[in-house]
Design a protein around this ligand. Structure first.
Ligand code: ATP
Length: 234
């Protein structure tokens, strides 16, 4: 569904991404692993229209969507759940969700909101409360819910477990799995390799801007280079 081919992202002289290719399929989670500075976020940002790739292409169901602006990508069904959640703290939970749904067809709004509330009951409970008063895990759920309001085909997620307590990490990643199971294709950058592998279908490991491993998540744990580079030096 989403095909990333030979992507290159530069910041001046820094070649942050050097020829990354990967695919995201409907209903599947593709996990991107890599050390700090490997080029994971830059890859996501280039797909999401936040950085301009100097080379390479991104196709969605055969359509070239390379370098489209973020709002156009959202209309096409590609939405980013940013690192650090970035909920609008002074606004209520319901207002945050409404903002996520502004590009979606009006007829479907209520139905989509009902589905989001069904998947994240806490958001329904806290609908009139300020988003800034939610816990970290709840804010991550709001970031997911806000993205879901645009009725995405593909969700790009940058470190959804960052800064969350271990017990919360598992429930957040279980939600990622649930969203994929509803048919959405997910491209997820996650430092927490162990927890990420539990919910992923495919895994791509990036080092110094290049893909150094790509395979089925279930095989990744036993693959020596992945273990060495990304799960510690054990
Ligand atoms: P992290 O887990 O630390 O976020 P990452 O794998 O996501 O790492 P990127 O954030 O994509 O890595 O960074 C890749 C390289 O590009 C790094 O060397 C980083 O310093 C550099 N870089 C990232 N963003 C910028 C920027 N806006 N300007 C200049 N250099 C940048």
């Amino acid at each position: 569904m989403l095909e990333i081919k030979d992507l290159h992202v530069h910041y001046g002289n820094i070649e942050a991404v050097r020829g990354v290719s990967l695919d995201v399929e409907p209903g599947k989670v593709t996990l991107v692993l890599g050390a700090n500075g490997a080029g994971k976020s830059s890859t996501l940002k280039a797909v999401a229209g936040l950085e301009r790739p100097v080379q390479g292409s991104v196709h969605l169901n055969g359509d070239d969507i390379t370098r489209l602006a973020p709002h156009k990508l959202v209309r096409r069904g590609v939405v980013l759940v940013p690192e650090g959640r970035r909920v609008f703290s002074p606004l209520t939970v319901a207002e945050n969700l409404r903002l996520g749904g502004y590009t979606a067809p009006k007829e479907a709004y209520d139905e989509t909101l009902a589905r989001v509330y069904e998947m994240f009951p806490i958001l329904a409970d806290r609908g009139n409360g300020a988003a800034g008063l939610l816990s970290g895990g709840e804010q991550q759920m709001l970031a997911f819910g806000r993205a879901l309001m645009s009725q995405p085909k593909v969700m790009l997620m940058d470190e959804p477990s960052m800064g969350l307590a271990p017990v919360v990490v598992d429930s957040i990643l279980a939600k990622v799995r649930q969203m994929a199971d509803s048919g959405i294709g997910i491209l997820m950058v996650e430092q927490n390799a162990d927890a990420g592998l539990d919910v992923a279908d495919q895994v791509v490991a990036i080092a110094r801007g290049e893909v150094v491993y790509s395979g089925v998540a279930g095989d990744a744990r036993s693959h020596a280079s992945v273990l060495r580079a990304f799960l510690g030096e054990a």
